[in-house]
Design a protein around this ligand. Structure first.
Ligand code: AMP
Length: 175
């Protein structure tokens, strides 16, 4: 089972980047080429009944498997970046964090009107980041086809925030 393999490999780092946070470090997965391939295969199997035109990956850990998946499945990959990093004309979305706010953006013409978009990140926590990415999809006049995460910190109930965009919320392991 991929879940058991992931649970063995993902490192939990207590009190990082600040006290009280159990940080789930997925960089250890990248050292294991077989497990990385299994992740791609597992996601691909779960996407079988989902119709999507492109995958967007959220900076920065969402780029790692997002691009691999898009490339394997033969669809475009679109990076969502923190504001100020993309050189072209962008669509932005600002959202609240626990303290302060953050802003993300995509290049204007990357998402075509009417496309169905699969949103990928390494981990779902409170759901703020994935919701912000979904808002960028809606601002682009496209549809959210699914969310896909390696890890869902289910005790934070981030999924509740995402339900309004789609019922397709996929994760490979939960805590
Ligand atoms: P959230 O917006 O609260 O759902 O946070 C999700 C984003 O923050 C993802 O891009 C994660 O990579 C990162 N993140 C939040 N909490 C953690 C955690 N406990 N361990 C690792 N990454 C986290």
């Amino acid at each position: 089972m991929i879940r058991e393999r992931l649970d063995k490999v993902i490192r939990t780092v207590p009190d990082f980047p600040k006290k009280g946070i159990d940080f789930k470090d997925i960089t250890s997965i990248l050292l294991d080429d077989k497990l990385s391939n299994e992740i791609v295969q597992s996601f691909s199997d779960k996407f079988k009944d989902i119709d999507f035109d492109a995958i967007i990956g959220i900076e920065s850990r969402g780029f790692l498997f997002g691009f691999l998946l898009a490339n394997k499945l033969g669809v475009p990959f679109i990076p969502v970046r923190k504001a100020g990093k993309l050189p072209g004309k962008t669509i932005k979305y600002k959202y609240d964090l626990e303290y302060g706010s953050s802003e993300i953006e995509i290049h204007c013409n990357d998402i075509q009107e009417g496309w169905n978009i699969l949103i990928h990140d390494d981990l779902l926590a409170t759901g703020g980041t994935a919701s912000a990415a979904a808002e960028l999809v809606l601002k682009s006049k496209a549809n959210v086809a699914a969310f896909a995460f390696i890890v869902n910190l289910a005790y934070l109930d981030g999924q509740i925030q995402l339900d309004k965009y789609t019922n397709n919320i996929i994760s490979l392991t939960n805590y």
